[in-house]
Design a protein around this ligand. Structure first.
Ligand SMILES: NC(=O)c1ccc[n+]([C@@H]2O[C@H](COP(=O)([O-])OP(=O)(O)OC[C@H]3O[C@@H](n4cnc5c(N)ncnc54)[C@H](OP(=O)(O)O)[C@@H]3O)[C@@H](O)[C@H]2O)c1
Length: 321
């Protein structure tokens, strides 16, 4: 921990306190990152966003309420401190992975639970809080290496190719139109967040702000795999192959993307390290690199289509870039 704190302090020239929002802060890498950030920048304001599990099916309402509360809190702070307070860093880190035998579950918005939690909610949060994002700020989105194996498949789950009207439908199991699969749905949601990050980065340029994404590596001890029944067998295989990293490692990468100057030098980039490198004396940031992104996510047309679909399904209207 001490070494990570020292590295993080040294990763940033400007020591001004930041206003940081982190979703998924009560567990796993989000929790580790918060602990580090508190030590590294004690005067920064951390807005810690968590939820009750019972509320999982009301995410959109939760997100809207959260955004309203967030704005009110920023106003109260601004009044107290006699100056405008916006968000310097917004971390969209919360996500779920359903169990192997799970069928598609639909929220009250008629959206599949995985993609709503992992992608539509971050989209909605950013859109609702867009005006609170400061000049020179950054948005950090937690993705996954699994995004590289997925495809949008012409968005056939959402826009029926047989119907020329281009109508955007909810109630789809998978955005690409295939039947639901827990792992593919998770991977597809992470493909969406990478494409979203690239498009968002373009939209943030007008205020000299950046959007970046990263993967923390394979962290088997976080809460992400709590719904997996056969996980033990898979974990043992991955542990045996030396591919697993720790929560401390993943949390430190998240904290680094939040605070370091280098992480946000290039907007739209995707940071990662080799799997299991923390076990082979890997170091942050030396062993982190800005990795190539799945072409599906870098394709401008896909980014625009995804943004259009997301605006329609979440009822937001942030202008096209
Ligand atoms: N662990 C890995 O191997 C791995 C690999 C690649 C990427 N990631 C990504 O890393 C991020 C953090 O995951 P983690 O590994 O730290 O897992 P984690 O311990 O399960 O953390 C996930 C966080 O998301 C929150 N969350 C889930 N559903 C939510 C909802 N509907 N509303 C609000 N919060 C919700 C969880 O809150 P509750 O405790 O209330 O559920 C928890 O705080 C995720 O984006 C994940 O996809 C993880």
């Amino acid at each position: 921990m001490e070494e990570s704190v020292r590295m993080l302090i040294g990763s940033r020239k400007d020591l001004k306190p930041l206003t940081i929002v982190i979703t998924g802060c009560n567990s796993g890498i989000g929790l580790q990152a918060c602990k580090l950030l508190r030590l590294v920048s004690p005067k920064s304001r951390l807005f810690l966003v968590a939820r009750n599990r019972e509320k999982a099916l009301q995410i959109v309402d939760d997100v809207r309420n959260f955004c309203e509360e967030m704005k009110e809190e920023l106003d109260v702070l601004a009044e107290k401190e006699g100056q405008h307070i916006g968000i310097d860093v917004m971390c969209l880190n919360a996500a779920i992975l359903l169990g192997e035998d799970a069928e598609a579950q639909f929220t009250e918005d008629n959206l599949e639970l995985t993609i709503q939690t992992n992608y539509f909610s971050p989209f909605l949060i950013v859109n609702n809080l867009f005006d609170c994002i400061n000049v020179g700020a950054r948005v950090v989105v937690t993705s996954s290496g699994l995004h590289a194996f997925e495809s949008f498949g012409n968005f056939e789950g959402v826009i029926d190719p047989k119907n020329n009207s281009g109508k955007i439908n909810d109630g789809f199991e998978m955005i690409c139109g295939t039947p639901f699969d827990h792992k593919k749905s998770y991977a597809a949601s992470k493909l969406c967040v990478v494409a979203f990050c690239r498009e968002l980065d373009r939209r943030l340029r007008e205020r000299n702000a950046k959007a970046i994404c990263f993967t923390p590596g394979l962290i088997t001890t976080s809460g992400l795999f709590k719904h997996q029944k056969q996980w033990n067998e898979t974990v043992l295989k991955k542990v045996g192959m030396g591919m697993v990293d720790t929560k401390e490692w993943g949390g430190c990468i998240l904290a680094w993307t939040v605070i370091s100057d280098k992480a946000a030098q290039c907007g739209g980039c995707y940071w990662r390290a080799s799997f299991g490198i923390s076990q082979r004396d890997g170091k942050i940031p030396d062993d982190l690199f800005s990795a190539p992104i799945n072409e599906e996510a870098t394709d401008r047309k896909n980014q625009e289509t995804l943004w259009k679909i997301s605006s329609a399904l979440t009822g937001t209207s942030l202008k096209q870039s």
